[in-house]
Every structure is written in structure tokens, then in C-alpha cells.
Design a protein around this ligand. Structure first.
Ligand code: GAL
Length: 818
């Protein structure tokens, strides 16, 4: 049997090869199959821009010991003079060195060894035992080095050294952290193996009764004598783990090539389709064998779904229309900085899911690959973004410096890493590129080039670019190389898109940019909108003296809108396939419209600590079926105050407000409003809103005037935590009065203490101007709330956390370590 498979060409980088399939009988000795090992623990770290530590003989026993992922910037003090300034949250960069001593056992002897860094910000260089492995300027893409020729595999110690140079600032418009801030793995494979990120599953046919799954494998070999009699077998496991299809090919021969492609195709009967509501995951398990010896076992998670974008009717998935109700998220995890943590990312995504969000835009760069795993599992329509900057800069030291030499490789690596994720639907190839205005030639050619890279490595997903210049002269906006036209803001032009761009498909890549501090309410008539700053290029000197921003959804940037305004428009027009609101969570840096001491954003629907602002319930009332009846503000004012009271609700005909039992009138959402409002004189006591359907009370929400705080309470906390470093527990701390009412003005110091086991990793309160270090276990509450993040230590079987505040009764809770 002799079968010739088609040539697979990666247009940009590598010419892949022909594979011929023949039966031959040479014997090869290979060690056991693939192994992936956590390489995060026991690193040594030093922040030092003056010395050179690349030499492996340098002693580092006195360096700081830590486990990765690690972000050193988040540990530095906020500094009003930091070069990154407000953009990066007044946290500084610098040069950091990481070293790790490790030994490999004899059993690894016959293997190839790779190290994979999930992301290093930025300009990393890596050495193994004094051998220079390379440099990578990009701070977000995965980085792989082959260690095989340079490591001792006989138990002798190896030293890996990583230099991270984030000293040239500013290099980002938002907080980007510093260091090896994502997971690191060692990967052991045989001399013949599936290449790194070398599988690609697509689903050319998706029907109710059957799906065709097409799987492409890049197989790589490093042997000098050509291996042969290699077989490849793939089993497809359905979401319950049952094997529903399998294929076997025998006699693969490498015809002089180092890398080649094999294709296997599967028919799946009655496939379980992936969607945000039913994120069904299949698993392809591929085994390479030589004779009966297993050379590699490679698992790929994928999904089966069909989707489309239509110029008139927007997005559909598996044949059904669906609006993409999305948010933009930066990669930082608030108090943890950029240091990736799966449980923190899961908490973010779960909070978004509960609000009715079904889409995430990973603005403006590759997210951690584990973040995409979570999106697969939890069900989100991901717009995957790679660049905030092309060849023209936004900051003096940003990616434009590396564009020419690196962008093709960085983009290709991002695509290859992520293209199997069923949650990935759109490639966003840029954001508000300067080329929109300043370089018509590059504005034309860059989108074409990037789209060609997507087509050559993926070809199953549309491309877009986030543009904020609406002129028809903008070459980026008008590029026919992209599939979807992406608007940032410009909500007044959404309705006329079909006339402005006949026949084109439309997505709102970014919207809103409204501003609020959680739990903060200014008693001004709320329909008088505040546009802060007045213009993007006019410095802002107004606002509140404490740099807070009122949370009635009545403050927005000049390029943005209120949440309600863009939400209403988005829902009204079927041609708008999706909208990604800026932003789901507050993030570090960009404290628009303020500067020092404001150090994190006001854009989030949820604050930096993960506590929802009021507009969270506006979205929830429109985007979910859950019964919503949310009332704002709190009910602790001065007698004589006139207070605007707002309710967000759904699943009811009308709502009625009562102050101390006296009706202030029934209201329903009028015209195109998504809220109701009363203006009432304040009177201490209770503020109650009742929702009615067909005249019958459906539910009620009460805000009680809170008295003095008497004790702390720990809320919304999980009961268990995983052993080891990775799972975190999130504790919400509030203060209550004698009656148990939460005290909305409680802003005092709280101390978080682990009495038994555990460590307090960080605290936060969602206040964008709080300059207390995030690692501090003492922090002031902000508008009644505080967050503490706790991890377990080695050997803990339970953890007791206590919280204390002066003059108040303490609270404590226990966590069982699993
Ligand atoms: C957009 C930009 C975002 C963020 C936002 C703030 O123009 O794409 O990164 O800066 O403005 O409103």
C-alpha cells in the first residue's frame, strides 16, 4: 500500500512535508510516550537591572524563592513617578532574573525535552546551562524551547536562567505586569511525536444527525535513521467519555522530511453540539506507535458546532440566531496582577455568565491558554485578539519596535495554540491601529497579510479588526480582507451600518466606556449626563474630589455612551451580530478620566475586586431569564436629601416604590427605557420596591437604613479548597448593624488573618484610588465591602480565616482542604 497525502503548507514560516505511507520493518527503540510536567515550582528570583546573571555558575541560594506564575510589578509600591504612569496603574517594570536548578532522571534519557512558557512579559531571554536558547519580545504569546541537546539527563543538575526585561517604559496603554506570569511546563516526547500544537480539528459537516470531523496532525521526528512502520490511531471520545469513532493508519514513512502531515476523518453520529448553553466537549486521543510500542499519546479537546455571520441577521450558531452579548476583558486578575490563576479566571467568567454574558473579547492580546480552556468548558463566544499595536506606535516602547521582525511568528504561534478551541469564533487582528489615520499603504497591506495568515493556519473562522475611525477613507475599516467590520464605539452609526457598508457583516468590537465606582452615588439629577473628560484630548480637571464616580449609569467618556444607551441600540438591530462592552471587569491602569492616585479603571460592570456595580443587574435583567429586581442607591442619606431611586427589573408588568410603607407610585419602563426612576425625599427607614405581574406581587427588594456597624460577616465563600498552590478562596467581607443590615458607608480598616493553615494572598476593595499594596492583609473596606484571597499551604487539612475591625465583632470561617 502506498498512499500520498497532500502537501500542507504554512505559507509564512515552515514548509511542511509529504508523507508517504508504506510498510517497512526496521526496528527502533523508543522510550515511553509524552509526559507534561508542571515546571512552576521552586524558582529563584532577583529584580536587578544592573548585573548580568546569565552565567549558570552564579550562586543564587540567597535569591528570593517563589513559585510561578509570578508578576513582580504588582508587588511594587504604587509610584506617581513611574514611567508607565496612569496607563499602567503607576506600577513599575524593571529587569527581573529567574533561575531554577533541576535534575532529570535516567528515565528521561531517550527523550526530547522542551520547556514551554505560557507568557513572559516581556523581552525574555532564556539560557539552559549557559546555552542561549533565544529571545522573545512579545509578552503574551507562548514560547517553546527545545532543551534536548543541552540538558543533563543523568541526574546531574541543570540550571535554567530567564531574563525578563520590562525596563523600557511606557510600553503598554494598560497594566501588563512583569515576569513569568503564566504557567511553565516541561514536555518530554519521543524522537517521533506529534508536533507542539500540531493538531487541528475542524468540522466541515455539522448536521443534526451527523458530523464530519477532520483532524490534521503534524508529526515531527528527530532521528537520523528514518523511522518507519509507524502507525497513528485516533479515538474520538464524546462528552461522556465514550469512544464514538476511531481511525488507524499504518506504515507511515518520513520521506526524508522532519515534519509532515497526516489527515484522519471521522463521522460522528448524532453529535452533541457545542454552544454557550451546552458547551459539549469532545476529545481526540491520538496514539503514535512503532510496532506495539507507544511513541506518543496526544489529546486534543475540540467541539462540534456550526456558525455563521449574516449581513442582515447577525450571528447564528447551530442554525439558530443568537446575539453575542459580550464583554472585553484584559488579562489582569485584579489584586493578583497578571499572575495567572485558574480559579481567579473562573470566578471572573462565572460572574460574567451569571450576568447573561455569552461572549468574551480577549482585549487586546492573547489570553492565557487556560483561560480559553475555561471558555470552552463554560460556554463563551470568544473574540481572540492578538495586537493592540502594529507598525505604528501608541507608546514609545511598545510592540511597534518588534513588529517587522516578529509579528508573523507571534501571530502564527497564537493561532496554532488556540485554533482547536470550540469557544473561539473570531480572530481580531488589531485594535484602533494608528495605521487607520497615518499610513494608508500599511493600513491596506497589514490587514491583508494578517488575514492571509489566519486563512493559512485556520481558515474556519472570520477575521475582524477593531476600528474607531468611521471615515470611509480609513483603509483598515474598509479592508475587504476582513470578514466582519468591527466598530469600536460610534453607537450613533450602528443603525445605519447596512446603508453605510452595503452587504458587509457587522460586529461591535467595543462599546460603552461608561464610568462608575461601585456603591458610589452622587445626588444630582441623574438624567443630566456627565461626559468625563469632555474630549479625549483635553485633560480632565473636574470630577469628584475623592476621584470617585457616581454609579447611576450617568457618566461616560465622550467616545462612549451609558450602558443603557448602547445596550438598547444593540438589542434593537438584528444586523448587529455582537457587542463586546468595555469592560466586564475593572482592570489595572487606565483610570480614565482621573490620574494619580487613581490607578485602576472605572469602566468595569464589575469592580476590580469582583463586586458587581449596579449596571450588572441592568444587563442581567435584559440578558437572562432570571428574575431581577434591583434597587439603587443604598438608603443611608441625610434627612432633607432628595434622592433619585432607580430599579432594574424583568418578568413583571410594573414596579412600585415605597418609602417606609408609603407608596411613591407605580411605574413601568417607558418608551425605550430599560430602568424606572422615582425622585423622593429621603426619610430614614426602609426603601422597598415591589414587582407585579397581572396585578399580583411577584417579588420585592428592600434597602434598609443601616445603623452603626457592630460586626463583620464573611459572605459568599466556598467551603472547600484544593490542596496546593493553585486554587484560591475568595472571601467577601461586609459590616452589618445590630439588625444584620449591611452598612454601605463602612470604610474602615479590616485585618484578615489565617488562624489555622492557609495564607492571605491578596486583598482588595474595588476602590480605584486605594494605594495600599494588594498583598497587604490589612485594607480599608470600600463602600461596605472588602475582598480577601486565600490559598492553602502544603500539609493543610483545614484553614480558618478570621477578619477583624476596630470596635466590631470579628468573624471567622473554615475551609476544608481537599
Ligand atoms: C478604547 C481602547 C481600549 C480602552 C478604551 C477606554 O478606545 O480600545 O483599550 O482604552 O478605549 O475607553
Amino acid at each position: 500500500m502506498r498512499v500520498v497525502f497532500s502537501l500542507c503548507v504554512n505559507r509564512n514560516l515552515v514548509l511542511l512535508g509529504w508523507l508517504l505511507f508504506v510498510f517497512l520493518g526496521n526496528s527502533l527503540i523508543y522510550a515511553q510516550s509524552r509526559k507534561t510536567v508542571d515546571f512552576n515550582t521552586d524558582w529563584s528570583f532577583r529584580l536587578d537591572s544592573t548585573s548580568d546573571y546569565r552565567n549558570s555558575a552564579i550562586e543564587f541560594t540567597d535569591w528570593r524563592k517563589l513559585d510561578l506564575p509570578h508578576d513582580w510589578s504588582i508587588e511594587l509600591p504604587f509610584d506617581s513617578l513611574s514611567a508607565g504612569s496612569s496607563g499602567t496603574g503607576y506600577l513599575s517594570g524593571g529587569v527581573g532574573w529567574y533561575k531554577k536548578k533541576f535534575a532529570l532522571s535516567q528515565s528521561e534519557n531517550a527523550k526530547r525535552v522542551y520547556v514551554e512558557f505560557g507568557g513572559i512579559y516581556e523581552n525574555s531571554e532564556v539560557w539552559i546551562n549557559d546555552v542561549y536558547l533565544g529571545r522573545r519580545p512579545n509578552g503574551y504569546v507562548p514560547i517553546l524551547y527545545d532543551l534536548t541537546a543541552h540538558v543533563h539527563k543523568d541526574g546531574e543538575p541543570n540550571v535554567m536562567t530567564v531574563k525578563v526585561d520590562n525596563s523600557k517604559q511606557p510600553n503598554s496603554r494598560f497594566y501588563a505586569g512583569s515576569g513569568i506570569y503564566r504557567n511553565v511546563k516541561l514536555i518530554f516526547t519521543d524522537e517521533v511525536a506529534i508536533a507542539h500544537h500540531g493538531t487541528f480539528y475542524t468540522t466541515p459537516v455539522v448536521e443534526k444527525g451527523k458530523a464530519i470531523v477532520n483532524a490534521r496532525f503534524e508529526i515531527i521526528h528527530h532521528t537520523s535513521t528514518l523511522p518507519n512502520a509507524i502507525s497513528i490511531e485516533t479515538q474520538i471520545h464524546d462528552p461522556t467519555g465514550r469512544v464514538v469513532a476511531k481511525k488507524m493508519m499504518q506504515g507511515i514513512q518520513f520521506d526524508g522530511m522532519k515534519i509532515g502531515t497526516v489527515v484522519q476523518e471521522f463521522e460522528i453520529a448524532a453529535p452533541r453540539l457545542w454552544s454557550p448553553d451546552h458547551p459539549e466537549l469532545y476529545r481526540g486521543v491520538t496514539v503514535l506507535r512503532h510496532g506495539t510500542r507507544e511513541l506518543d499519546r496526544y489529546e486534543t479537546v475540540f467541539g462540534i458546532r456550526s456558525f455563521g455571520f449574516d449581513a442582515k441577521y447577525g450571528f447564528s450558531i447551530n442554525g439558530a440566531p443568537m446575539k453575542i452579548r459580550g464583554v472585553c476583558l484584559h488579562s489582569d486578575l485584579g489584586a493578583l496582577g497578571m499572575a495567572f490563576n485558574r480559579s481567579a479566571a473562573r470566578r471572573q467568567l462565572q460572574t460574567m455568565k451569571n450576568m447573561g454574558v455569552n461572549g468574551i473579547r480577549t482585549s487586546h492580546n492573547p489570553a492565557a491558554s487556560e483561560f480559553l480552556d475555561l471558555c470552552d468548558e463554560m460556554g463563551f463566544i470568544v473574540m481572540n485578539e492578538t495586537f493592540d499595536v502594529w507598525k505604528h506606535h501608541k507608546n514609545p516602547f511598545d510592540y511597534h519596535l518588534y513588529w517587522d521582525a516578529w509579528h508573523e511568528r507571534d501571530f502564527a504561534d497564537h493561532i496554532k495554540r488556540d485554533r482547536n478551541h470550540p469557544s473561539l469564533f473570531v480572530w481580531c487582528m488589531g485594535n484602533e491601529a494608528q495605521e487607520q489615520w497615518h499610513d494608508p499603504a500599511l493600513g491596506k497591506s497589514i490587514p491583508r497579510r494578517l488575514a492571509a495568515i489566519v486563512d493559512s493556519l485556520d481558515g474556519t473562522r472570520p477575521t475582524t479588526i477593531a476600528s474607531n475611525e468611521m471615515s470611509l477613507d480609513n483603509p483598515v475599516l474598509m479592508s475587504t480582507a476582513v470578514d466582519l467590520i468591527g466598530y469600536n464605539y460610534n453607537h450613533r452609526k450602528w443603525s445605519t451600518f447596512p446603508e453605510d457598508h452595503p452587504g458587509r457583516k457587522f460586529i461591535v468590537t467595543e462599546s460603552t466606556s461608561a464610568l462608575a465606582s461601585r456603591g458610589q452615588y452622587d445626588l444630582v439629577p441623574i438624567d443630566a449626563m456627565r461626559i468625563w473628560p469632555l474630549r479625549w484630548d483635553i485633560p480632565f480637571d473636574g470630577g469628584n474630589p475623592d476621584k470617585s464616580i457616581s454609579a447611576y449609569d450617568h457618566v461616560h467618556t465622550p467616545w462612549g455612551s451609558t450602558h443603557e444607551e448602547s445596550l438598547r441600540l444593540f438589542e434593537a438591530y438584528p444586523h448587529i451580530s455582537g457587542m463586546y462592552v468595555w469592560t466586564g471587569f475593572d482592570y489595572l491602569g487606565e483610570p480614565t478620566p482621573y490620574t494619580w492616585p487613581a490607578r485602576s479603571s472605572y469602566f468595569g460592570i464589575v469592580d476590580l475586586a469582583g463586586f458587581p456595580k449596579d449596571v450588572y443587574y441592568l444587563y442581567q435583567s435584559i440578558w437572562t431569564e432570571k428574575d431581577v429586581l434591583h434597587l439603587l442607591p443604598h438608603w443611608n442619606w441625610q434627612n432633607g436629601d432628595t434622592v433619585d431611586v432607580v430599579a432594574y427589573y424583568n418578568n413583571a408588568d410594573e414596579v412600585e416604590l415605597f418609602v417606609n410603607g408609603m407608596s411613591k407610585g407605580r411605574r413601568k419602563k417607558e418608551e425605550d427605557k430599560l430602568h424606572v426612576r422615582w425622585t423622593v425625599p429621603y426619610q430614614a427607614g426602609s426603601l422597598t420596591v415591589v414587582a407585579y405581574r397581572d396585578g399580583i406581587e411577584m417579588r420585592r427588594t428592600i434597602r434598609q437604613t443601616a445603623g452603626e456597624a457592630v460586626r463583620l460577616v464573611i459572605k459568599n465563600m466556598q467551603d472547600t479548597i484544593d490542596a496546593g498552590n493553585y486554587e484560591l478562596a475568595f472571601l467577601e467581607v461586609v459590616a452589618v448593624d445590630v439588625e444584620g443590615n449591611e452598612v454601605p458607608y463602612f470604610n474602615d480598616w479590616v485585618e484578615v488573618e489565617t488562624k489555622v493553615g492557609g495564607t492571605v494572598v491578596a486583598t482588595d476593595n474595588g476602590n480605584p484610588t486605594d494605594l495600599t499594596s494588594f498583598q497587604s492583609s490589612k485594607r480599608k473596606a470600600y463602600n461596605g465591602k472588602l475582598l480577601a484571597i486565600v490559598k492553602s499551604n502544603k500539609g493543610d487539612d483545614k484553614i480558618t480565616v478570621a477578619v477583624h475591625a476596630k470596635g466590631l465583632k470579628s468573624a471567622s470561617r473554615q475551609l476544608v482542604v481537599k
